[in-house]
Structure formats: structure tokens, C-alpha cells
Design a binder for this molecule. Sequence first.
Ligand SMILES: Cc1cc2nc3c(=O)[nH]c(=O)nc-3n(C[C@H](O)[C@H](O)[C@H](O)COP(=O)(O)O)c2cc1C
Length: 468
Amino acid sequence: MGCDGNNATPPSPAIAPGAGEIDPRRVAEKLVSRFGEGGMDPRVRDVTPAFDAPFFQAGLAGYSDAAMRIIARRHGCPYCVTEALLDRTLLAGGRGFAKADLGEIEDNIPGGDEDRPLAGQIMGSEPAEMAAAAIKMVEQGARRPAEYRDLVAEMGHGARPRDEETQRRRDEVVEAGPTARASAAHSVSASLDLSVSSDRSFAAIDVNLACPVKKIAKKSRGGHWLTQPEGAIRILEAVREATPADIAVTVKMRRAYDETDEMRENFLRIFDAAYDIGCAWVTVHGRTVTQKYMGPSRWDPIRELVRRNPERVIFGSGDVWNVSEIFRMLDYCSSSWRGGLPAHPPTGLAGVSVARGCIGNPWIFRQARDILAGRAPQAPSIEQQRDVLLQHFTLAMDVNRLWVRGEGEAREERAERHTARTMRKFAIKFAEHHPETLAVRKRFIACKTMQEWRGVLEEHYMSEVTAS
Ligand SMILES: Cc1cc2nc3c(=O)[nH]c(=O)nc-3n(C[C@H](O)[C@H](O)[C@H](O)COP(=O)(O)O)c2cc1C
């Protein structure tokens, strides 16, 4: 089971009275006139220069692997987050880990230069393990697994990861350059360059304090930390301390654990501490942990948070199902804009996390870019859908080839079968853009090979029918 919990709920409109009347084009005009082309809050660009538009692809366990991220980026998505990776899974270093019930390491391999800037998301229960996991992610596992375990022990006993010796070893690894790190990241691919180049692979380490999946062995993790603010803060301190200063640490949080006043206060305690510790921003999901993914997200507490913290960079998440909602959330949660405040310092919501709204719909990013550029957003043509469906399958094969066992044809077959299986959940969403949704969906679900996948594309995606 991943970080998804129960996500089989139909799209719900967020609780945001009046947001339906907000005109996305007006919001885009306002953004561009404040911040210039792309409409991005300069405070974010100061941290991550290539993050140049106010939206990004969220971490989505089971979905947001390098293949999905690259497709999103090819459609204008400026920034992506990996799915949540359990610190222990990361430190254990492989598929064999018995409790690896979150993202798989392989799915989180950065997809080369095309997959940047990228935030690697981690989640866990122990500050020392989280710190070591952050280091391992940043280094792409360049040291031997035992060395990371030693780091946990060192840090668990109060030693700082920035001890001279540790820092020296870390610098050596970073300076070792692409070859050493690329081999650690098992990067070979025919059509996709998944090698880790000499630049840093991750622009940020994102700490997950949001996932609603239940505790393990009575230990908190993810959103359950919202019941124990002091523990959450220790984790943030340890991760910020361990992560090189030029790599941002960011946080993903639910707006509270539940609706009680105590939990609202816990949220604020962690939220304030995150910035004091030096985290660059917090993304707030407008649902509580107990809500999981059901019922509406509330944008009004996010708006209140932005209003009270004009100097802090805040992103919003929850119930962003189409391109208009990106702009509506931006405007709704930036009520202070309406007061005609000067552009500097910026005071609104910095950007929006796009989650379920981009599964099988990378065009949402292109449409957002269109609106920012003053163009009318277009639905994807059948030809564009065909291209993306083929690209996505091919990229997913590239990712899966990296980890499936075996050699030669057997390996290829395994990768293909796995890809066909995992592409089903995307196909269900992609099919919604096709006029014959049900027929197309049924065909994709039955696919076991790339040839069969191509067969569906040839049969249903060749004529230029107007897409829905
Ligand atoms: C299947 C699924 C997997 C998710 N996995 C992650 C994850 O790994 N990391 C994370 O920060 N959020 C994760 N989320 C939460 C989303 O990023 C997002 O905050 C949430 O879905 C609310 O946005 P939405 O209502 O627009 O989908 C996941 C959500 C779903 C539905």
C-alpha cells in the first residue's frame, strides 16, 4: 500500500466560497504584471531558478516516477516531486525490504537532465534515519550501504552530520563526479538518459508530514507527526542540518491531523518551526489527515495562513482538477493581492501543487502556460494524445529496464509486462480525453505488450476526431 490510502473518491470542489467566479485569465494577467513572464514568485526563483511558473507536479505514490515526470515537463511543468520514499527503504537500498510499503527506490531515480529541477521526498520516524536518508538521496547512494547505516548510528548518538570527517567524505563523493554516482544510480538507458550528471540530482529534499497511511509499529510518520509536533520538528532539524546548504529543504503538510483546536495548534507549531529551521517553503494540503483523500479540500485555511504570513513562501494543494483551478487557487489564497499591494515583497500564495488533476492529463501544464501567455488553452488533439501515450509507455519501459532482473530478452519481456500492467492506471485517465472513452479504456487495460499498446493507438488514435 502506498501513500494513497483511499483515493477512489470522485473529484470534489474545494471549499472556497466565491472561487468559482474567479477568471483564470485575469489572474494570469495579474501574475505576469507583478512578476513578469511565467508569473512566478521571485522568492521561489531565488531558491530554484528554473522553477519559473506557479505550479508543479505533486508527489503521487505509484504514479510520479521519472516517466510521468518527464511527460509533465515536456508539457511545461517547471518542477516535480518524487513520490514519498520511506527512509528505511532508502537506507536498506532495494526491493527486498520487507516493509517497503511506500514508493520504490527505482521509481524515484532522477530521469537525467530532462528531469530537473526535482525534489526528492522522504518520510520516516527517526530523525537520524531521515537525515541519513536525505544524505543518501542527495548523493544518489554513492557510499556503501553500511556507511549510511553508520551515519544513522553516528547521528543517533548526537554527532552532527556536518562533523569534519563526515563533511570531508561527503565532499569527496560529490567531487567524484558523474561516474561514481552514476554507477550507484544504476543508470543505463537506450532512449532516455537517466545518468546522474555532475550537477546535483535533487534541487530539494521534501519532508513528508502529510501521508495518511497508518503508523508502523506505533511509530509516527507522514501526517501522523501532526499529533506530535516536537517529534516532527526534530525531524525537520535533522534533515535541514544533514542536507547541504545549497539544496533546499521543503515540507509537505496537511492543514491539521483532525478538526480539533489542539491539532490546529500543532500544525501552526510545526509550520512556524519549519521556517525558523531554514526550510524554504511548506506545501499545505487543505484536507486533514483523518480525511485521507475523501471530501473537499479547504482552501480557506490556506488563504488565512498566507494572509498571516506574507513573508513566507507557501504552496497550496487539494482539489486542483483542471487548469482553471490552478489559477483560482492562486487567486483565492492570495486575498492580499486585492489590496493592490506592491510587487515586492510578494505576499500571495507562491504556487499550486497539481496532483490527481494531472494523472493522464499532462496537458494541464501546457494549458496553464497558455493562459499565462494570454492564449486560449486547448484540449489535446487525438494526435497529441497518441504521441503522449506512446512516449509514456516508452519512458516507463526505460525506467523499468533499470531494475527488472534477468538478461537480454527475458529482461526485456519482464520490463514490458510490468510496464503494460502499471500503465493501466494511467490509461484509464488518458482515455477520458478520447471520445470513445469506455472502448479505449477496455483495450488499454487488456494490453500485455508494447505491440498491443501500439495496436490500440493505431486503431483508435489515427483519425483526427475532435477530442473531448
Ligand atoms: C495516489 C496518491 C498518491 C499520493 N502520494 C503522495 C506522495 O507520495 N507524496 C505526497 O506529498 N503526496 C502524495 N499524495 C497527495 C497529493 O500530492 C495531493 O496533496 C493530494 O492528492 C491533494 O491534491 P488533489 O486533491 O488535487 O489530488 C498522493 C495522493 C494520491 C491520490
